[in-house]
Design a protein around this ligand. Structure first.
Ligand code: PLP
Length: 370
């Protein structure tokens, strides 16, 4: 270890940073690797950014609203369900809020619970905090291990629903069983809930230990703007406000997010299109190709490719991945664990992008064996 590195705290010196999905610098890719929206944001978002900027940009001299107060109120109105602005906190992406939750509730003396597989940022954030982690693995069914979560030692438990990278959603009935038995804070990361049939927002009123985390990066086509929010009991929101940066969301992002939240009809239409494409894609993989594919409630599908001999394996998944990359189609593989290594995670793009994907996979599966 270098002398400079040894000046850092030991847990910092040994950190492994989060690995984001590839963002290719040049165009021409069919980009199905990071679950971004294939359609543009509401046109009102562009108008809102232009008017927040003003004619000469002089509004940028001023600090943004420190609490994102108008946006908190709009999010509460949007969800209804008895929520007020006191139940809402805005983050610089939902990753900011996940970080605040770890900062407030996780330490070496306060275990954080996570499942595997799940969003791989959680263990990174817990590591930055030098926190203790309890990992509860799924089995191949990917159903929620309710009883194991209830009997975990976690102070705070992070669940993703619909889960990533599987797309499998957990029902409110299952979440209520967890909430009835688990004494800690249950954080449900609903990054993909706009694509699902059910979500946990209606459980908030009766369950003060529930936190629901949302993002505008996926269904709202605003990954570049970096806005997410959390919904929770006002006391939890107050604790999170105590550990956030005082100006954590910039002025242009607040304006853009407000315009998006206030155009639900636009988003209902693109979400319906994405779900229709997802369902056609799932049928194509599961029925025509006979590839094992989890039922997805998200904007991606998790499918287990078979080679020309009908074989699935990590090597087969890697072969399909490499072939797709060679043809400028980018998807995601998760080679580090047996539960995920033989699968591809494919973001639902436009119908045209899914056609390119399908044709490329047809060529691969006719010609390639691992
Ligand atoms: C994409 C994603 C996020 C990150 O959202 P940002 O708002 O862009 O930070 C959080 N959780 C899960 C499960 C995601 O897939």
């Amino acid at each position: 270890m270098s002398e400079l590195t040894s000046l850092a705290l030991p847990h910092v010196a040994s950190l492994h940073a989060y690995t984001p999905g590839l963002q290719p610098g040049e165009s021409g890719w069919v980009k199905l690797n990071t679950n971004e929206c294939p359609y543009p944001p509401s046109p009102r978002v562009m108008d809102a950014i232009r008017s927040a900027l003003g004619a000469d940009g002089s509004s940028l001299r001023l600090y943004p609203n420190p609490k994102s107060a108008p946006l908190r109120a709009a999010v509460a109105r949007h969800h209804g369900a008895g929520l007020t602005a006191e139940n809402v906190i805005i983050g610089n992406g939902s990753d900011d809020l996940l970080n605040l939750l770890v900062r407030a509730f996780c330490a070496n003396s306060a275990t954080a619970g996570i499942t595997f597989p799940s969003y791989s940022l959680y263990p990174v954030l817990i590591g930055i905090q030098d926190g203790r982690t309890e990992v509860i693995p799924f089995d191949r069914s990917m159903r929620l291990p309710v009883d194991r979560i209830i009997s975990s030692s976690a102070r705070a438990f992070f669940l993703t629903s619909p889960n990533a990278p599987t797309g499998v959603a957990f029902s409110n009935a299952e979440l209520e069983r967890v909430l009835a038995g688990f004494p800690g804070l249950l954080i449900v990361d609903e990054a993909y809930a706009p694509f699902a049939e059910e979500n946990a927002v209606s459980l908030l009123a009766a369950h003060p230990r529930l936190v629901v985390v949302r993002t505008l990066s996926k269904a709202h086509a605003l990954a570049g703007i970096r806005v997410g929010y959390a919904l929770a009991h006002p006391e939890i929101i107050g604790l999170l406000d105590g550990v956030r940066d005082s100006y954590n969301v910039n002025a242009l992002s607040q304006a853009a997010a407000l315009a998006a939240i206030e155009d639900p009809d636009y988003y209902a239409a693109i979400i319906a299109r994405i779900k229709a494409t997802r369902d056609r894609t799932t049928v194509d993989f599961a029925v025509r190709r006979r590839w094992f594919t989890y039922p997805s409630s998200a904007n991606f599908v998790f499918t287990e490719p078979k080679d020309a001999h009908g074989v699935s394996s990590p090597a087969v998944a890697k072969s399909a991945y490499d072939f797709l990359v060679a043809h400028k189609v980018l998807v995601r593989i998760f080679p580090s664990h047996a539960l995920t290594a033989s699968f591809l995670r494919i973001t639902v793009g436009t119908d045209q992008e899914m056609l390119v994907l399908s044709d490329t996979l047809d060529t691969w599966s006719k010609t390639h064996t691992a």
